[in-house]
Design a protein around this ligand. Structure first.
Ligand SMILES: *[C@@H]1O[C@H](CO)[C@@H](O)[C@H](O)[C@H]1NC(C)=O
Ligand SMILES: *[C@@H]1O[C@H](CO)[C@@H](O)[C@H](O)[C@H]1NC(C)=O
Ligand SMILES: *[C@@H]1O[C@H](CO)[C@@H](O)[C@H](O)[C@H]1NC(C)=O
Ligand SMILES: *[C@@H]1O[C@H](CO)[C@@H](O)[C@H](O)[C@H]1NC(C)=O
Ligand SMILES: *[C@@H]1O[C@H](CO)[C@@H](O)[C@H](O)[C@H]1NC(C)=O
Ligand SMILES: *[C@@H]1O[C@H](CO)[C@@H](O)[C@H](O)[C@H]1NC(C)=O
Length: 505
């Protein structure tokens, strides 16, 4: 059984039914718990290996790297290597890695040969342990003056920041060559864009081009060291992981609408949505939003949805330039802003208002019917306001008319000052301005029409003929008779009468 982890358990629910050929039992559910059994043996890729060594090999140098595979999980797949026989004290094996090296203080002798029996066993409990063996044949040859250069390590792992400056030394890959031949180094593969520069002669790995973790976050270079002789080449692997620096600003998704609308008078309604992304890793790429303008009127939530915080009044302000900032989660965050245009759409929430609460107008009496005496004017703050006018006071509609569209007030019949009760020469009435929908209360104002007197009555003598007697010698200044004339126009002043008398001789 191949399992990912030693401690994994598999539950397989299974339904079983028992039958005697005629009758069947009720189904029973059986849970089967499968744990990893040690059913794989560690295996070498080859039955035997042949190795040629040279007498000038030094203690500690690698003879052969053995690798056995075991597909079992956990300890059942953990391999321990051991040389069982044949080493004659000249070779040792690393029980974990399977690397066979020349034992310390050993000098090889030309012509000797060895046959090592090497076992790979897993670490299952004793009774279940599995193992296999291979044979390593070793022959010792005269000194080789053509051995290839050797890297100190087969694999190098390093992490470098994407902010690393160009020219920085990343790694010293210097190899050694027993014959002291000059070594040339090369990157064989893994760097098509030549981001790295391995100096040909000294084996220093430098950064040649800027790194960008957001484009490529790791490299696996195969580097070679060559002494120039045939077969005089060896390789090592350099695995490079690029770590993040916060080098990207959050960017807003510009495909989302930036011209938004919201109805006035509504709180907590969705106005729109922004979205920003940041390709940096971890906190450096975690975007959060906030508003930089009109924070008391709008809110934005963690996922970029914008809401009204309070009911907006279009008549106060109909457009908002809403600035939204996206910042990343770094200690010193990078920020980007976007400006949204929020247009508040109108609802009919205002009554028309007259230009003045009281209109007072003086109208001469006898003004002909149809004369416009006054223009009313009311405005409605709503966008669609179609104000119409009417006279509210019913009694006044006999005397006055208002044009419902223009607000022009006219007299319906000639008004007679003298018909009015004494001391009351005014008409007072209410007018209304109604808006389009007519749902809101109309605006009202008071109109006071003051009728002014025209001298429309001639004085009339009380008598058609006055007779007076006067003596021929009467003195100048003697009263002959008293004539009296009156008219119906009201007195201009209380002291002096309206009438003026003179003799037409
Ligand atoms: C493997 O070798 C190390 C020392 O190299 C030793 O401490 C350890 O006990 C060995 N393990 C086995 C299972 O032989
Ligand atoms: C690599 O570095 C060497 C100096 O170390 C320089 O002369 C050479 O031009 C560099 N090559 C590239 C491709 O950058
Ligand atoms: C958004 O509104 C601005 C200003 O009114 C206008 O210039 C622009 O064309 C509008 N954009 C869209 C996509 O409607
Ligand atoms: C933000 O608001 C939107 C729309 O109501 C909602 O779908 C989303 O879950 C909210 N995000 C958070 C983090 O509450
Ligand atoms: C305003 O009122 C007039 C008359 O009632 C009507 O003809 C007109 O269509 C209205 N205008 C609007 C914008 O409603
Ligand atoms: C004036 O006349 C109007 C009717 O036109 C009446 O309502 C009002 O009470 C009168 N006022 C006085 C002071 O007589």
């Amino acid at each position: 059984m191949l399992l990912k982890s030693f401690f994994y358990l598999f539950f397989c629910p299974l339904k079983l039914v028992a039958s005697d050929g005629v009758q069947q039992s009720r189904p029973v559910t059986v849970d089967i718990l499968v744990i990893d059994a040690n059913d794989n043996t560690p295996t070498f890729s080859q039955v035997s290996y042949n190795v040629e060594l040279f007498t000038n090999m030094l203690p500690g140098e690698t003879v052969l790297q053995l690798t056995a595979q075991d597909a079992d999980a956990g300890l059942n797949g953990l391999i321990t290597y051991a040389i069982l026989a044949g080493d004659q004290g000249d070779f040792i094996i690393n029980n974990r890695t399977g690397r066979i090296t020349l034992a310390p203080r050993v000098t090889l002798t030309v012509g000797r040969s060895y046959a090592l029996t090497v076992r790979a066993s897993d670490n299952a409990p004793d009774t279940e342990r599995r193992s296999s063996i291979t044979t390593v044949y070793i022959e010792v040859l005269p000194p080789n003056n053509q051995s290839p250069p050797r890297f100190p390590l087969q694999t190098y792992n390093l992490e470098i920041s994407e902010a690393m400056r160009i020219g920085a030394i990343l790694l010293n890959l210097q190899a050694t060559d027993r014959e002291l031949d000059p070594i040339t180094y090369q990157i064989q593969s893994g760097d098509p864009q030549q981001v790295f520069n391995l100096s040909r002669t000294i084996g220093l790995l430098l950064l040649a081009k800027p790194l960008d973790r957001e484009t490529i976050d790791q490299y696996r270079l195969i580097v070679t060291a060559s002494d120039g002789h045939p077969g005089g080449i060896s390789t090592a692997t350099v695995s490079i992981v690029i770590t993040d620096v916060n080098d990207n600003d959050p960017t807003f998704d510009l495909t989302l609408p930036r011209n938004l609308t919201v109805r006035e008078e509504e709180a907590n309604v969705l106005v729109g949505q922004v979205r920003a992304t940041d390709p940096d890793a971890g906190l450096n790429g975690q975007v959060q939003y906030r508003l930089l303008s009109f924070m008391s009127l709008f809110t934005i939530n963690a996922t970029g949805s914008i809401f009204t915080a309070v009911p907006l009044d279009r008549e106060t302000r109909s457009r908002y330039d809403l600035i939204v900032e996206a910042s990343d989660g770094a200690v010193d965050p990078r920020r980007t802003t976007i400006t949204l245009l929020v247009e508040v759409t109108d609802i009919n929430d205002n009554s028309p208002v007259f230009s003045q609460p009281v209109y007072t107008v003086n109208v001469p009496e006898n003004t002909p019917s149809g004369t416009v005496i006054l223009r009313l004017s009311a405005v409605d703050a709503d966008l669609v306001s179609n104000v119409t006018y009417r006279i509210k006071t019913e009694a006044a509609r006999q005397l006055f008319a208002v044009n419902r569209l223009t607000g022009a007030v006219s007299v319906l019949q000639a008004l007679d000052f003298e018909d009015l009760a004494a001391g009351n020469s005014t008409y007072t009435f209410e007018v209304e301005a109604l808006d389009h929908g007519g749902v809101l209360p109309p605006g009202t104002a008071t109109v006071i029409v003051r009728i002014t007197d025209m001298n429309d009555f001639s004085p009339v003598f009380r008598q058609a003929l006055y007779k007076g007697l006067v003596a021929p010698n009467a003195e100048k200044g003697t009263v002959i008779t008293t004539v009296l004339a009156e008219d119906q126009d009201p007195p201009v002043s209380t002291q002096s009468p309206n009438e003026v008398y003179f003799c037409d001789l």
